[in-house]
Design a protein around this ligand. Structure first.
Ligand code: NAD
Length: 356
């Protein structure tokens, strides 16, 4: 398996180095023959190549088996005409990675922010919605009407609703068989009206899956009050982005939130958080989000190619992460005193002792 690895900005180089160490240990232990090919995007690429991402890089990624993308200083990238392109958007759009899969769960051993344990997955649409940078073929979908008036357009299409709904129901079938649709159809009557109708129509193909729906604002209260009542949550792009940061933090820290961005042909592992400039360069960022994202990419590849050893490796990485949390071998954001690099070393030690 050949993976392009892009460390990114801020804490990215630290968390990605930790992830690399774990991935290479998993490769050795499970005989995966992984090749990690390092590339640049974001600030480094802007300085060196005049753009945060390039089409040559896209071609390289397409020719490999997967991408690990580190966090990017997206807020700094203001003007696409100057090469300041959002790398997340670029890969999600160009590789058609429509499903953003974000699991969140509590771990025994970590201080809980909620009363009950929970284990849920946010399935967020990734290629349209309220994201001005991915809705139109050319330019953006935000318009400066006068110096004092801006219109931002939100795109919702039947195809994108259908495929994200299907992804959610497929996932739920292998879990607690419960899908919650999150929307704002009371106000966005046409767009979210179509989204919710399509989700309910898709549900008919999965009669064993229980379905309910919540308006997004009330959902924030429900998920804080009782996250354990949810299993798979399907929603549109921006609601999913916001909700999944909340569920990650409820599980202990944003630094625990792994993500897989998946389409039918390509996939990208990417931590849910950003470049965290407030803690960059201090070796204290939690690398587990990046590492769990790496495990998700291995699972995706194992399922795609029918190779059980990739699934076993991913499972061993996840069990080793669980072991670290149970034994308080974690970074300060979740109450520990390990550093980013020593977390990776502790995880590798446990991983290499895993029987297979
Ligand atoms: P952020 O996600 O970077 O940080 C939010 C808070 O969570 C901070 O207090 C940070 O220290 C903490 N945090 C994040 N990751 C952590 C980790 N692994 N371990 C411990 N603590 C962690 O959000 P922000 O500060 O609003 O954004 C910073 C930059 O990242 C901005 O330029 C933003 O646009 C960008 N961003 C990029 C992505 C991405 O590349 N996927 C996602 C979100 C934000």
């Amino acid at each position: 398996m050949k993976i392009v690895v892009i460390p990114g900005d801020g804490i990215g180089p630290e968390t990605m180095a930790a992830c690399d160490e774990v991935m290479m240990a998993a490769s050795q232990h499970f005989d995966l023959d992984l090749e990690l090919e390092h590339e640049i995007a974001g600030t480094q690429s802007l300085k060196k190549r005049g753009a945060t991402v390039t089409h040559e890089l896209l071609d390289l990624v397409k020719s490999r088996d997967g991408l690990m993308l580190g966090p990017m200083a997206t807020y700094e990238f203001k003007d696409e005409s100057k090469g300041e392109i959002n790398p997340s958007m670029f890969f999600r759009k160009k590789l058609d990675l429509f499903a953003n899969i974000r699991p969140s769960k509590t771990y025994p051993g970590l201080a809980k922010r909620v009363a009950q344990d929970f284990d849920l997955i946010v399935v967020r649409e990734n290629t349209e919605g309220f994201y001005a940078d991915r809705n139109v073929e050319s330019g953006g979908s935000e318009m400066l009407i006068t110096p004092d008036v801006v219109i931002s357009l939100r795109r919702i299409t039947r195809l994108c609703c259908e495929r994200i709904a299907k992804s959610a129901f497929e996932l739920a079938q292998h879990r607690k068989k419960h899908v919650t649709i999150v929307h704002k159809a009371n106000v966005l009557k046409l767009g979210d009206g179509m989204f919710i109708d399509i989700c309910h129509a898709t549900a008919k193909d999965y009669p064993e899956v229980v379905v309910d729906d919540f308006i997004v604002d009330a959902m924030m209260a429900h998920v804080v009050r009782a996250p354990e009542r949810f299993d798979v949550i399907v929603t549109t792009n921006m609601f999913g982005d916001i909700l999944s940061d909340l569920t990650a933090e409820l599980s202990g820290s944003l630094g625990l939130a792994g993500t897989l961005n998946a389409g039918t042909q390509y996939a990208m592992g990417q931590a849910a958080h950003g470049s965290a400039p407030d803690i960059a360069g201090q070796n204290i960022a939690n690398p587990l989000s990046q590492i769990i994202s790496g495990a998700m990419l291995l699972t995706w590849h194992g399922q795609k190619t029918g190779q059980a050893k990739f699934l076993a490796a991913a499972q061993a990485i996840e069990s080793s992460a669980l072991h670290l949390m149970q034994t308080a071998q974690v970074t300060p954001d979740v109450g520990g005193n390990l550093r980013t690099d020593s977390t990776a070393q502790a995880l590798v030690k446990h991983l290499l002792a895993t029987p297979h």
